[in-house]
Design a protein around this ligand. Structure first.
Ligand SMILES: Nc1ncnc2c1ncn2[C@@H]1O[C@H](COP(=O)(O)OP(=O)(O)OP(=O)(O)O)[C@@H](O)[C@H]1O
Ligand SMILES: [Mg+2]
Length: 228
């Protein structure tokens, strides 16, 4: 029902967006103060309409049913590849990434694509938390039977205790340009994978997210990495 409502909202939003764009074009060469004011207002409204549209899209994404596979995944391969992918941004921000991956925690049962999205959300949050001055990003794995724990730790500003229960709420964000579905999406994925998710944080010291996913009972040869 909620998804139906979201679709109903999207149609008038696109009409509004289209008309505001036309209005913006009409007033682009504004000659009088009144026309300039109208142009500014049209642009402001256009920005708000785009933001609403992004929120509705994110909501639809979140409400969508997931089809997750359950396969043997080489977690080490997945994490190393993911870190390689974010390395340029780490370098740019002055972030040093380190890993401590236990060999016995190498194989899990998961959907590699979704697991990658979940971990990527945590890594992006860590990067964004340390975007002002850099820091350390540490990814660790260990066995916590019957799970493998993946810990993503940063040395960013941390999260105040009164905010800790809010960060998993859709659309709660401290970032101006975000709609904030990263963590709700991550939690949903991890739960659908049969795992759990927790967070520890200390203001001024950093934040650690711990996700656990079912470990592979026997390390199978040929377990896939990213599933790509
Ligand atoms: N590692 C972290 N350090 C400090 N604060 C964090 C960290 N991870 C998340 N947060 C806080 O939790 C909020 C919600 O995170 P979430 O990933 O759900 O949304 P977002 O990052 O704001 O937006 P999006 O992920 O959709 O781009 C963030 O805005 C931030 O305030
Ligand atoms: Mg995020």
């Amino acid at each position: 029902m909620a998804a139906g409502l979201a679709h109903e909202i999207k149609n008038p939003l696109s009409t509004m967006s289209l008309n505001l764009q036309l209005m913006e074009e009409d007033f682009r060469d504004a000659a009088t103060p009144t026309e300039e004011r109208t142009l500014r207002r049209a642009r402001l409204l256009l920005g708000e309409v785009r933001r609403l549209n992004a929120i509705v899209n994110d909501f639809l994404e979140l409400a969508r049913g997931f089809e997750l596979s359950a396969e043997a995944v080489d977690l080490e391969l997945l994490l190393v590849e993911l870190l390689r992918f974010v390395e340029p941004e780490n370098d740019r921000l002055g972030i040093t990434a380190r890993t401590a991956l236990r060999p016995e925690a190498r194989h899990v049962i998961a959907d590699p694509k979704f697991l990658r999205v979940a971990i990527m959300n945590l890594v992006l949050n860590a990067q964004q938390a340390m975007s002002d001055g850099g820091g350390d990003l540490i990814i660790e794995t260990r066995i916590h039977d019957p799970f493998v724990e993946i810990r993503v730790t940063d040395t960013g500003p941390g999260i105040p205790p009164d905010k800790l229960d809010k960060i998993f709420m859709p659309f709660w964000s401290t970032k101006a340009e975000s709609t904030s579905i990263g963590l709700p999406m991550t939690r949903r994925i991890i739960e659908e994978l049969g795992g759990e998710m927790a967070v520890q944080s200390a203001v001024g010291r950093g934040t650690r997210f711990v996700v656990s996913v079912p470990k592979l009972p026997l390390a199978l040869p040929g377990a896939s990495g990213t599933g790509a």
